[in-house]
Each structure stands twice: as structure tokens, then as C-alpha cells.
Design a protein around this ligand. Sequence first.
Ligand code: AQP
Length: 329
Amino acid sequence: MKRMLSGIKPTGQLTLGNYIGALRNFVKYQDDYEMFVFIANLHCVTVYQDPKELRKNLKDAIALYLACGLDPEKSTIFLQSDVMEQAQLGFLLTCTTYMGELNRMTQFKDKLAKQEKNITAGLYVYPSLMAADILAYDADYVPVGDDQKQHVELARDLAERFNNRYSPTFTVPEPLVAKVGARIMSLTEPTKKMSKSDETNKGCIYLLDEIPVARKKIMGAVTDMLAKVQYDKVNQPGISNLLEIMSSLSGEPIEDICARFEGKGYGEFKKAVADVVCDTLQQIQDRYHEIINSGQIDKVLEDGANKARYIAHKKLMKVQKKIGIEIRK
Ligand code: AQP
């Protein structure tokens, strides 16, 4: 069985973008792949986090993983910091990464452009840690949203570099980007990605938003003056985004949705999108409330960490021997 690995960094509450671009795919894939899903808590602290909020966001994220349908019997679910081997391999891979490669990472460049001061060295080198996250487990596939594809490509380059420099050690991973929903956009600025750290909160639907709040956000989504429900990302980015959201959640092809709403107003269309979004959120939230204080989370994390650690430890030892820093047989 091929192995698949992915993670989410809960720097805030998880969003509909995380669900459509990542989580729901993890759930789909867990039947056909050996699935490893982690909470990237080390990646979170590349930008300062309030400790109390971070603890809540991490616990909520695990509860949401389970609420969205990840099954600990099928998937290995763990906290990144529980597998210290990942961080150590991260350092070794940082020493395999060239600064020019990190300078080219668009996520880093975007963050640099947004918050000019106090960018941490951790934020700069985190793609090398992400490569270690992936390569420690010999993942064949990494399902990601569009924005993370570049980081998986770096992991591929590092795996190939290491394999060529020493000898075959790492599986070279493939990014898997879905055709629809790989980049859900902000509802208020549909040319920008829907992000947890959206300053206004209005452009972003959080999985734990109260249902009326989520509905209001969809009804207030920015559209255009063309009065036509059609998929045209250049001239109608707002409507196209709503179409992607609806199609991803309902499974109805975009062309069919457009045909169904031909000649109808945006109000009616938005109401239908809101119904689909709110149904999804309601189901997730019902399960989240059953899980959050059930005591299930600690056990899931402990079992997941034990399984993940065993694999990552073996890989780290192999790497250290090849590099020459491990001198015991
Ligand atoms: N808007 C999105 N559309 C589709 N996929 C998305 N993902 C995130 N946002 C969208 C995918 O979710 C996975 C986990 O991403 P992440 O939360 O670890 O990192 P991120 O992409 O940096 O998310 P944010 O919300 O934009 O974080 P902040 O605001 O902290 O920078 C990834 O596969 C990602 O592609």
C-alpha cells in the first residue's frame, strides 16, 4: 500500500479552505493509502502565537480532524513535536538546502511583504523542516492545497540531492493537488486565498463559526455586476469561488450548478451555497462537540506518536550513518 502524509498548522481556527483543500481529501484517501496526518505545531511557532490560544487551536484541530472523519484505526494521527526525530532530520535537511532555494519560497516572500519586522529565522527555514516531515516517513504522496505545492517540490529536490550525494535513502514524494478546491479564495477579496489569519474575519469561514455567522458571510460575499452564474475566474472571481465551494462540498459538477442557476439572481445562488456550507459545518460541529471533551484526543495522539516515532527513528538513524555523524554500528 502506498503511503501518504500531510499536515495542517493550526495558527488559528481551521477554515473551510483547510477543509476543502486538505482535510476532506485526507478522509477520502485514508481507505486507499497508509495515511499519516499530523498537526504541525512546530510550524505554528515560526510566527509568535499566544500560548493559551495556541493550546486551544491545537486541541480543536485534532477534534476537527476526527470530526471531519479521520479514523485513528485507519490513519496515524500525531503531533509534530511528539516525534523529535522529525526536528533533528529537519536540521540535517536544512544543511542540505541552499539559501537560494529558501529565498524563492513564495509563502516566505508573501509573509515578508506583509509583516516587515521581526520575521523569524524559523519561518525562513521551515520548508526544510517540512521536507523532513515528509521524508522521515518515505511518503509517496502529499495531498496539499495549491499554495503548498512549492514546498513539496523542495522536499523532492532535497530527497534527490541526498540520494545522489550518499545513496538511495528517501522516497521522492509527489504532491497531489485536487482539480477543484485547491485554492479557496477569501469571500471579501476573491483574488486572495482564504486564510486563517484573515484580519477582518469576514472573508474566511471557520469550521467552528456559528451557523448564522457562516450564512451571513456567504450572503455578504463579494460578487460582480455581470448577473450571471458562470465560472470565469478572471472576470468573476467571487462567483467562481462560490461555485468551487459549492461543487467541492456537494459533488455537483460546476457546469451543472451553472445550468441550474441560469437566469436566476445572485441572492438565490448564494442562498443555495450557504445551505450546502451550513449543512457541512453543522455535521462537523455536531461531531466536534461529542469529541472535544471525551478524553479520546490524548489516546489518539499517544498511539499516533508511538507509531510515527518508530518509523522516523529508523529513518533518522539511517541518515545519520550515511552522513557520518553516527559512528556506532
Ligand atoms: N484557502 C485554501 N484553499 C485550499 N486549500 C487550503 N489550504 C489552506 N488554505 C487553503 C490547505 O490546507 C493545508 C494546511 O494548510 P495550513 O493551514 O497548514 O497552512 P496555510 O496554507 O498557510 O494556511 P493559512 O490559513 O493561509 O495559514 P496562515 O493564515 O497562518 O498563513 C495545506 O495543504 C493548504 O494548502
